[in-house]
Structure formats: C-alpha cells, structure tokens
Design a protein around this ligand. Structure first.
Ligand code: SIN
Ligand code: FE2
Length: 199
C-alpha cells in the first residue's frame, strides 16, 4: 500500500482473473441498469457514462446531484456485485456494506473534473475505488479547493481508499490512456466507487 496525501492506494490489488470476473459482473449491472450520459445541474453533459448498483444510485441532472432509489428509467438498481462487496469488506474491514456502487465508464477522451464526494450525508465512512481497464491519471488534492495536488496513474486492478483526511479531499481524472489495457476488448475504463449513504 502506498499513501498519497491520505489516499491509500493498493497497486495491482486484483489479478487478471479477478479483474475479468469483476468485469463480467459489471456487465450484468449495466444490462439491468444501462449507462446514462449524466448532465450536471448547470446543464453540461459529462464525458463519463454512469450507472449504479445497490440500494441507492448516484445521479445528476438539472435538479442536482443526489442519491436516488431507482435508475432514471424507473428500473431498480441491481445488487452490488459479490466480487465488489468482497473487496470492500477485505479492504475496509467494516461490518457495514456500501449502499451504492457507482459505475463510471470512461470511453475515449472521457475525464472527470476535480470534485469532492459529499452527497453521502455522513463522511465517517470511506469511499472505495476500484479501477478496471485503461490507465487513468488520477489527481489528488486536499480538503480545500486551493490545496496543491499530486497525480498518479491508476491501472487496472488498482484499489484506492478515500477515508479519514482524504474522505473529503478534492480528486478527479485528468485523462485516460485509451487502449492501454487489454482487459476490455474495445478499450475504455471502468471505475467503481462504493459509498455508504446515511439515511
Ligand atoms: C470518481 O471520483 O467518482 C471517479 C474516480 C476515478 O474514476 O478514478
Ligand atoms: Fe469522486
């Protein structure tokens, strides 16, 4: 494990077989709850495509950022994949399972601007991130927007825990090296983030 500004990073935490098995489970999630092109409250379409698994899913549209009990189409969110739950339990050691596993899909040119994850209601719980597919340049800052940042390439199978001082730290994805991994035949990157959402 390496620690960068309070972000705990486990490079290569999942081997190739575990990554492939997790991708199959994510494909089932996407079949049940298709990826959507989310729109920010300001009306801009995000470059990532998104869906969720779990009791709640994170969504954004003209009405704001929030957790919702169903997919925008009205269908129920599918359950969090067992392989993802296993990583959450092993890495966090928590008895509490996540309420949401947000699935972010990065196609060619997709990125994610610097932001804080702060719609969960209780920041005592960490956010766990799992990367699959293409390499991504992950930028990490501090709890203040003006804090300096440091970036690190996340590769397929890497796991990041954002807890403690890093729980409310700014972070984002500057760019993805499209086609850098062969995990997904057409290229692209999947990032899964597990969150506990207070009632
Ligand atoms: C996120 O912050 O929601 C995504 C992080 C990542 O894609 O690595
Ligand atoms: Fe985030």
């Amino acid at each position: 494990m390496i620690e960068v500004r309070g972000f705990q990073v486990w490079p290569g935490s999942l081997d190739a077989a575990a990554q492939a098995a997790m991708v199959q489970e994510v494909r089932e999630v996407v079949r049940a709850a298709p990826l959507v092109a989310p729109v920010t409250p300001g009306g801009r379409e995000m470059s990532v495509r998104m869906t969720s698994a779990g009791r709640l899913g994170w969504i954004t549209d003209r009405s704001g950022y929030r957790y919702a009990t169903s997919h925008p189409s009205g269908v129920q969110w599918p359950p969090v994949p067992p392989s993802v739950l296993a990583v959450w339990r092993a890495v966090t050691g928590l008895a509490r399972d996540p309420d949401c596993c947000l699935v972010n899909w990065y196609g060619e040119g997709a990125r994610m601007g610097l932001h804080q994850d702060k719609d969960e209601g209780d920041f005592i719980w960490p956010v766990l991130s799992i990367s699959l597919g293409d390499d991504a340049l992950f930028r990490m800052g501090g709890v203040a927007r003006r804090d300096s940042t440091q970036s690190l390439w996340l590769r397929s199978g890497d796991v990041v825990l954002m807890g403690g001082p890093a729980r409310l730290a700014w972070h984002g994805v500057d760019r993805v090296r499209h086609g850098s991994s062969r995990l997904l035949p057409q290229g692209g990157r999947i990032n899964l983030t597990c969150r506990v959402v207070a009632a």
